[in-house]
Design a protein around this ligand. Structure first.
Ligand code: GAP
Length: 525
């Protein structure tokens, strides 16, 4: 698995993702999508919308406002319970979600090194660590700060490896709750409100306090009746929405994985009570296969059912789709059975009935809701990480992003072999303009062909089209009016007539390189 630093550095170098407000020193946890990043993320959102809205009879879309009536968040339960307990380090001041502390400590360098020292089975090796690496890696750990620790009598223990992890932690750290960054002592956990607030209205005294929505879902629930009346949909049907959400996360991090401003792709799927479990399973299967369809490797994706004590206050059941990110298995999307909780809450708080008239039973019912809730930023990150490959080609490292063609930011790059040959340049420009009618196509003549190929590999362009002297002819030979197409994944090339370029690229975009290569024959290079 590639480490996150490589993804961050490639993202900046090639224009996928930049630190927000970087010239001012950056704003923690906020990221900007650059020229290629915006293409990639737009493709993720477009495919999600195409597959979940346009290609289904039972779905319609919505784009609700970010700011909503404050009562929405009382009804939804967010005001009362949308808070994660957090804790702070009394030495270095860093904050953590209380339920993330243990995992963060286990992943920290100091704990890993200390664990290696402990595994040697003697207190001498632990003391060596305390006097050496410990000073640099965990300067606020109790044993590192205490002068007397190295001199302490450990004869009551046979060896550090015989102690349980919590006993060992207390011995060297003074407590079980220790700062993953510096080894310092952590405060008692306290709840932290996760919703961002702002004032609506130009005059402070009369402005009203509103929240920036922490999920897009509530915009769908409060519009349930509007959509039902306007679309005349029958159960089961869903409402889909893509939009920004905001949370005052305690521990944002891991690049775009957890941020305070992010984008969600959510569906609220309304169904008859009693059919909800079946629909829940259908949506888990559908959403899991969606990620596989766009290239996420089998070994990097899995499903995890929530234990009853993990469930959100509104959920009867939940399955997470998890991805093996560089920092480990983490949630990509949650698919929850929200029952009739939200519609009933909004009916109660607003006084407006949010019901459905069931023609069959001639009764009004409150539908149940299955909610596949995905993150656009997290999906984009997962597709980026999964696409990353390093290969050795003729003794040199090749970095290549093997995106599914539908996700690739640029679909085709047109490369003139000689930028000083006017006829080559003119032909390449014409091909670019023509292909652009259908796919995002770029023209590049700023380096030698080898370097141009490497550049396109590194940003995941599936196909390069090269125009050379043979294409346009010269005094020695007439034009053959053919161009070379190079496939990013195999690096194989075929030579095809310019006239058939568009239908061939169409075939290639549908994943048919094998057929095309067989029909036209692989070009020897
Ligand atoms: N409406 C249900 C809901 O919001 P959630 O599990 O809190 O559920 C759904 O969020 C998805 O939104 C997550 O699976 C993740 O992809 C994305 N997400 C949540 N918090 C995020 C954050 N701070 N940064 C980036 N993405 C986030």
């Amino acid at each position: 698995m590639v480490d996150m630093d490589k993804i961050v550095s490639l993202s900046k170098r090639r224009g996928f993702i930049f630190q927000s407000s970087e010239i001012y020193g950056g704003l923690g946890s906020a990221w900007d999508y650059g020229p290629l990043g915006v293409e990639l993320k737009n493709n993720v959102k477009r495919l999600w919308w195409r597959d979940n809205v346009h290609q289904r009879d039972d779905m319609v879309g919505l784009d609700a406002a970010i700011t909503m009536h404050p009562k929405v968040w009382e009804a939804s339960g967010h005001v009362a319970s949308f808070a994660d307990p957090f804790t702070g380090c009394l030495d270095c001041g860093r904050h953590y979600r209380a339920d993330h502390v243990e995992e963060a400590r286990k992943n920290s360098k100091w704990w890993q090194k200390l664990t290696e020292a402990r595994a040697k089975g003697t207190w001498a090796s632990v003391i060596n660590w305390v006097k050496g690496d410990g000073k640099k890696l965990a300067p606020n750990l109790a044993s590192v700060k205490q002068e007397e620790f190295p001199a302490r009598d450990f004869s009551r223990y046979s060896g550090p490896h015989q102690l349980s992890e919590s006993e060992f932690l207390k011995e060297v750290g003074g407590s079980e709750s220790i700062c993953p960054s510096c080894g310092g002592k952590l405060s008692e956990p306290r709840p932290a409100g996760l919703m961002l607030e702002t004032l609506l209205g130009p005059v402070q005294e009369t402005a009203i306090k509103v929240y920036l929505r922490p999920e897009t879902a509530q915009g769908i629930f409060v519009n349930f009746d509007n959509v039902l009346q306007a679309s005349r949909k029958k159960l089961p049907f869903g409402i889909a929405q893509i939009g920004k959400a905001f949370r005052n996360e305690i521990t944002p991090g891991n690049f775009t994985f957890r941020t305070r401003e992010f984008e969600q792709m959510e569906i609220e799927f309304f169904c008859l009570p009693g059919t909800d479990d079946e629909w829940h399973q259908k949506w888990v299967d559908e959403r899991f296969s969606w990620y596989r369809r766009y290239g996420i490797r089998e070994e990097n994706i899995r499903q995890r059912k929530h234990d009853p004590d993990e469930l959100a206050h509104y959920a009867k059941g939940c399955v997470d789709i998890e991805y093996l990110f560089p920092m480990g298995w983490s949630e990509l999307e949650g698919i929850a059975n929200r029952t009739d909780y939200d519609l009933k809450q909004h009916s109660q708080y607003s006084g407006k009935a949010l019901e459905y008239f069931d023609e069959e039973t001639k009764q009004k019912i409150v539908p149940y809701v299955v909610e596949p809730s995905a993150g656009a930023d997290r999906s984009t990150l997962a597709f980026l990480v999964d696409a990353y490959h390093e290969e050795e080609v003729r003794g040199e490292k090749r970095v290549v992003l093997k995106f599914h063609a539908d996700l690739a930011p640029v679909k085709v790059a047109v490369l003139p072999l000689l930028k000083k040959n006017d006829r080559i340049v003119e032909t390449a420009r014409k091909i670019t303009a023509d292909l652009r009618q259908r796919w995002y196509t770029v023209y590049d003549d700023t380096a030698s062909i080898g370097r141009l190929y490497r550049r396109q590999d590194e940003v995941g362009t599936p196909f390069c089209v090269t125009v050379d002297v043979q294409t346009v002819g010269d005094e020695k030979a007439p034009a053959d009016e053919k161009v070379t197409i190079r496939d990013r994944n195999t690096m194989e090339q075929v030579r095809v007539s310019m006239a058939s370029l568009k239908p061939i690229i169409e075939q290639l975009m549908a994943g048919k390189w094998g057929e095309v290569a067989q029909e036209y024959g692989i070009k020897r290079t």
